[in-house]
Design a protein around this ligand. Structure first.
Ligand code: ADP
Length: 623
């Protein structure tokens, strides 16, 4: 019947060993079952013969050993604790209990007498009277159920004084124990207004229900309090049965949900995306956020409750959209033309889902004004179109350059060379030869310029190619150096080669163009005269070339821009140039698996260095 794991196991025999004799043989002979229950060990310590029969025990020792753990539910424990509190106050108590002597419920009216023990622990004498009348049994059963209910019950008089309460009430409100007759509002420490409302409901014999926050053994808790009038069976007067359930967790969850809903509402209200909810059948708008009102140029209130059809340029388009949503449950980026309140049409993209709004199926739609995007896309497409046409024109111009310029230029140069050859001899005219040389120089400069432009265009179109072949690099660089020495006789160009194999796999054309560009720059940017040193070294990976001059040098803050297309240093002044040479040179070197870089001291000269890798197979910018 009873169980207590929280209590220390005491010695049942200590009660049983001394007190049976004290109780006397007369008690043993009584027809009423009487036993001693130890409230520490929660076991029976002694029982008279009638009690042994009641508990269906063969002898006292067997009954003492009986374990009541299974019956010791939390409510039973609460009830026992409350009982113990009463006994400690010296009260003799009468209560109805349902006991299970042999798996069968027996309702008994018990009289409990306190048996305080040395050391302060408590035992009690239990005198049990079996209730046999069926009607009484049913009533008892109802009372028991009330006692064990998981709801706190208080029975109070109509003036608010406490009559009775169940064990759960005593556990939650320890102040109730022994407080019969005191005002419940005071014991529960109800707020004044709450206490008044309860009392006035009771005065009018009304039922009352409210949620109150009260201090309990578990701290401050919210309780749902229900008070309803019932007749007091003893006095016949109107009493009140108060039921209380802890609703703190529910209130906390509700509070959290309210907070969450508020946040969500705020998010939706202030979302920069227009959001609307409409009814699928009649197309009536049931919700629209502020962004929607802005988009359509009307206050939110004038949108709600009106049909959305008016905002579609074509109602067919809306119908098609609704059909698709109904069929698939959703649509994504449906393109449609909408109209503002003033009738201005605009392109929009609508994504929508079927949702439940206030219990009804509804369409939640997010609208994106794509008008601005469409315009921007059109502008971009136009720009792209223009650029493509420009590129085509550029291509045409470049191929025109190569045919219409290069051909006449080589004709001019060839003709000038022939005339020069004829002039050589006995009747050589020195002045004419100088003129012819000027024609050839001018033609050479234009040829160089045109070939730079052509090369840049080929680089843009991925047409620059590198085709390594076994090359006598030493002879090749000598040729290039000689050519430049002839063009610039005032400059002193020194060539130093070392470690070069007889044949190295490089693209001779690339070597020629790169070295020529660097040499002509070295000459150009060393106005007057000066020493130029060209050093060509063979290394395991290919060749390393350095072209050093003692010219004007490059300003420090412009060093990292000299390889940019069309960039010309502030120091280049009136020296002719296009800013294309280094850009092309760098691309060719890189295409050949090498690197090109420059070192310079402004006012004292520059050194350009590059490497070419030999393990570079055929390559092109179009790879
Ligand atoms: P360009 O010589 O046609 O102007 P480049 O691309 O060959 O174009 O060179 C870019 C710029 O780098 C030149 O304008 C010049 O200012 C600077 N530069 C190149 N080589 C030298 C050099 N050897 N000495 C000084 N400045 C140079």
């Amino acid at each position: 019947m009873y169980e207590s794991r929280s209590r220390p196991a005491g010695d049942a025999a200590s009660v049983a060993g001394s007190e049976p004799e004290d109780l006397g043989p007369a008690i043993d002979d009584l027809a009423t079952p009487i036993w001693v229950f130890d409230l520490v060990t929660l076991r029976i310590a002694w029982a008279n013969r009638a009690a042994l029969a009641f508990w269906k025990a063969d002898n006292l020792a067997a009954l003492r050993d009986r374990d009541f753990s299974d019956a010791m539910t939390p409510v039973v424990r609460l009830r026992l604790e409350e009982l113990e509190r009463g006994l400690r106050r010296g009260e003799r108590l009468r209560e109805t209990w349902t006991l299970h002597p042999d798996d069968e419920a027996v309702t008994v009216t018990c009289f409990f007498t306190p048996l305080p023990r040395e050391g302060g622990s408590m035992a009690m004498q239990v005198e049990a009277h079996v209730v046999e009348d069926e009607a009484t049994l049913q009533d008892r059963r109802a009372v028991e159920a009330l006692r064990y209910a998981a709801t706190i019950f208080l029975l109070i008089q109509d003036d608010g004084a406490l009559i009775s309460f169940n064990p759960l009430a005593a556990a939650w409100f320890p102040g109730l124990s022994g407080a019969q007759g005191s005002l419940v509002a005071d014991i529960l420490r109800l707020e004044e207004t709450e206490a008044r409302t309860l009392l006035s409901a009771m005065a009018e014999r009304r039922a009352h229900s409210s949620e109150v926050e009260v201090p309990t053994a578990e701290g401050r808790r919210w309780m749902l309090l229900n008070a309803r009038p019932i007749p007091d069976p003893l006095s016949g007067k109107t009493a009140y049965l108060i039921g209380m359930t802890d609703v703190t967790d529910r209130r906390r969850l509700e509070e959290e949900r309210r907070h969450y809903e508020n946040t969500l509402r705020q998010v939706v209200e202030t979302a920069p995306v227009p959001l609307v909810v409409s009814r699928p059948l009649d197309g009536q708008l049931v919700y629209a956020n502020a962004a929607t009102a802005d988009l359509f140029g009307v206050p939110v209130e004038s949108l709600i409750g009106r049909p959305v059809n008016g905002y579609y340029l074509s109602t067919d388009a809306r119908q098609e959209m609704v059909d698709r949503i109904t069929e698939d449950g959703a649509i994504d980026r449906f393109n449609v033309t909408l109209c503002t309140a003033r009738g201005r049409p605009f392109a929009a993209s609508v994504s929508a889902r079927i949702v439940s709004f206030k219990g009804e199926p509804a369409i939640l739609a997010a609208i994106t004004d794509v008008e601005a995007d469409t315009v921007a896309r059109r502008v971009l497409a136009d720009a792209l179109d223009r650029q493509t046409r420009l590129n085509e024109a550029h291509q045409e111009f470049v191929s025109m350059l190569s045919h219409e310029f290069m051909t006449p230029l080589s004709v001019i140069d060839g003709a000038a060379r022939r005339v020069a050859r004829r002039l050589k001899g006995p009747d050589e005219d020195g002045e004419s030869a100088a003129w012819i040389q000027r024609i050839r120089d001018a033609a050479g400069r234009i040829t160089h310029l045109v070939s730079e432009v052509l090369m840049a265009a080929r680089s843009d179109n991925g047409l620059l190619t590198v085709t390594p072949e076994p090359t006598d690099v030493c002879a090749l660089v000598e040729t290039v150096v000689d050519r430049h020495q002839r063009i610039a006789p005032d400059h002193d160009i020194a060539l130093e080669t070392c470690g070069l194999a007889e044949s190295i796999a490089v693209d001779p054309q690339v070597v020629d163009i790169v070295l020529s560009n660097l040499l002509s720059n070295a000459i150009k940017y060393s106005p007057g005269a000066g020493h130029i040193r060209v050093k060509v070294e063979g290394n395991g990976d290919g060749v390393a070339v350095a072209v050093a001059d003692e010219g004007m040098g490059i300003p420090v803050n412009e060093m990292d821009r000299i390889f940019d297309r069309f960039y010309r240093c502030s120091s280049s002044g009136s020296i002719p140039g296009t800013g294309l040479g280094l850009d092309i040179t760098k691309k060719l070197v890189e295409l050949h698996g090498g690197v090109l870089w420059a070192e310079s001291e402004y006012g004292r000269g520059s050194t350009f260095r590059f490497t070419l890798s030999t393990d570079r197979g055929e390559a092109s910018t179009g790879e």
